[in-house]
Design a protein around this ligand. Structure first.
Ligand SMILES: Cc1cc2nc3c(=O)[nH]c(=O)nc-3n(C[C@H](O)[C@H](O)[C@H](O)COP(=O)(O)OP(=O)(O)OC[C@H]3O[C@@H](n4cnc5c(N)ncnc54)[C@H](O)[C@@H]3O)c2cc1C
Length: 396
């Protein structure tokens, strides 16, 4: 960082928000700097002077991030559990799926923040500034200007991961979960309940169970709808489910988590961002895959590619989280969920029954090959999806 006489700090990159997406990118930039140190003097580019602005002054474990792990990340030490089996249930049927090569993993956010801070404290070019927040962000053709509690900052590029309000009329994935402890053996620690659809629900509603051991699990009630529910409703749903599925009347809650993830049909598109010098990333940008709500694995890929773009000198280039084809499939699938919520449970069950696990995982994680798309399409209700596909012909 360079301090000017006017008290302004000059940077290459400013990252607004040191949450999951901001820290993932900051660490990718820091690690890129290390790999460049290994190169010969002549081919070395100067490191990206980067500042991360984060309002929190201390990180605590606040979430659980799960995903199918295909590639290693710098945060793999924060993975506490790996499962190779998962189920989807609807209408009295349960499909058990498994993958030996692509486990479903759980990242402890507290460990993630610790590792990220360790990587950044060893970096010469990336600084994490805690307890500070951005108050305004403006851009011109030469760069960005941030007014922050840490002072005035000038940078070539801003990565903006701050949360933004979700517009009306967007499908939401909203959920509440309890990490519970029971006094006798209840859970099967080998198998995740990915989606256990609630019978006779007004919207798309399912339960999700991550079993940590026989007596400890995260149990979540999840809805896809445009209206959030109050805490009392989520609580009632969780109590009824724990009784109906596991016969439980008593448990101890060690942690509660709640969230709202936008599932927009017209997902944010980095190619059409408002300003070239401001790249939105994270939950409210294109990083989240809107048809699944997963964000963590896409943030890891995007961070790696964005750091590479920065170090190769393409400073204004934005690494989109997914291809146009992936965006189009998401739009078609979300259009289907919005229009035919009553078919969602049966459709998800059919997908998990008919598509081999590794193919479906590649599809759900934006790594689908051409043949994977065909296999997924064959398992979907064809007429309905063709109608949706035609509605979204120009939606990519
Ligand atoms: C409870 C929960 C569980 C989830 N589980 C999963 C999961 O299992 N798998 C998955 O893939 N995804 C999951 N997600 C979705 C997603 O991975 C997380 O929301 C993730 O934290 C998003 O990262 P982010 O950086 O966009 O947002 P955050 O991690 O929330 O970071 C945004 C940061 O911006 C900071 N900020 C706010 N205002 C300012 C300001 N003015 N200036 C500077 N900084 C500011 C905030 O303090 C925060 O640190 C989950 C989400 C929630 C809420």
């Amino acid at each position: 960082m360079t301090q000017t006489t006017a008290g302004q700090t000059d940077l290459d990159v400013v990252i607004l928000g040191g949450g999951m997406a901001g820290l993932s990118l900051a660490c990718a930039i820091a690690q890129d700097e290390c790999s460049h140190q290994d190169l010969k003097e002549t081919s070395r580019r100067s490191p990206q002077r980067t500042l991360v602005i984060e309002p929190r002054s201390v990180y605590r474990q606040d979430k659980t991030w799960c995903y199918w792990q295909q590639d290693p990340t710098p945060f793999d030490e924060a993975i506490t559990h790996r499962w190779q089996r998962w189920t989807v249930s609807h209408g009295g049927q349960t499909q058990l799926c498994s993958s030996a090569q692509t486990p479903y993993v759980r990242v402890d956010s507290g460990q993630f923040y610790r590792i990220a801070q360790q990587i950044l404290s060893a970096s010469r070019s990336v600084t994490l500034s805690l307890g500070e927040q951005a108050e305004s962000l403006e851009a011109d053709s030469r760069g960005v200007f941030v007014n922050s509690t840490a002072g005035d900052l000038r940078a070539g590029l801003a990565i903006d991961t701050r949360p933004t309000p979700i517009p009306e009329g967007v499908l939401l994935q909203h959920f509440m979960g309890w990490e519970i402890q029971t006094d006798h053996d209840v859970f099967d620690p080998t198998t995740v309940t990915l989606m256990d659809f609630a019978p006779a629900s007004k919207d798309i509603h399912f339960y999700y169970v991550l079993p940590f051991d026989r007596r400890r699990a995260l149990v979540e009630t999840t809805h896809f709808s445009m209206t959030r529910l109050d805490e009392e409703t989520y609580t009632r749903e969780l109590k009824n489910y724990l009784k109906a599925r596991y016969g439980l009347d008593h448990w101890r809650i060690s942690r509660t988590e709640q969230g709202v993830i936008p599932m927009p049909r017209q997902a944010p598109n980095l190619k059409r961002r408002a300003h070239q010098r401001i790249i939105p990333m994270g939950l409210h940008a294109d990083t989240t895959k809107p048809s699944t709500g997963y964000c963590y694995p896409h943030a890891q890929d995007q961070a790696r590619r964005q750091a590479q773009a920065l170090s190769s000198g393409a400073s204004g280039a934005a690494a989109s989280a997914r291809s146009d084809l992936g965006r189009w499939f998401d739009a078609v699938f979300i259009g289907f969920l919005e229009q035919y919520p009553e078919q969602a449970g049966a459709t998800f069950l059919r997908l998990f029954q008919q598509v081999p696990s590794d193919v479906l995982i590649r599809f759900l994680t934006d790594k689908a090959r051409f043949g994977d798309y065909l296999r997924v399409m064959l398992a979907l209700p064809k007429i309905t999806f063709i109608k949706q596909a035609l509605r979204h012909v120009s939606g990519a």
